[in-house]
Design a protein. Structure first.
Length: 108
């Protein structure tokens, strides 16, 4: 009889611990989910604002300086890909065109 009572008491204790853990996990799961959308929302408007500004900097025919492999070279803008953030330029003294990141291009 004593063994049955001990097993019942142990089962009751384990059940109490499990429900406490579920409540703690549920409340922790809700907190990060509520905090996550707030930081993500301000970041979204910042990206589109940066893209139009970058695209307005360069247009076909602009004289620029392009930094590649650590050196700066004069070039002429051939085209701008706003979505990809790339600029196609023709380097001075070279026949072929090269596509580089907008960040590597500076107006003269």
């Amino acid at each position: 009889m004593m063994k049955i009572f001990a097993i019942a008491l142990l089962a009751l204790a384990l059940t109490a611990c499990e429900s406490s853990t579920e409540n703690a996990n549920s409340s922790n799961d809700n907190k990060p989910a509520a905090a996550t959308p707030a930081p993500a929302t301000p970041a979204a408007p910042a990206s589109p604002a940066a893209s139009p500004a970058a695209s307005l900097q360069f247009k076909a025919g602009d004289k620029v300086k392009v930094t590649t492999n650590g050196s700066s070279t004069e070039a002429t803008v051939v085209s701008v890909d706003e979505k990809a953030g790339k600029v196609t330029v023709k380097m001075a003294g070279q026949k072929d065109e090269k596509t580089v990141a907008i960040s590597a291009v500076v107006k003269q």
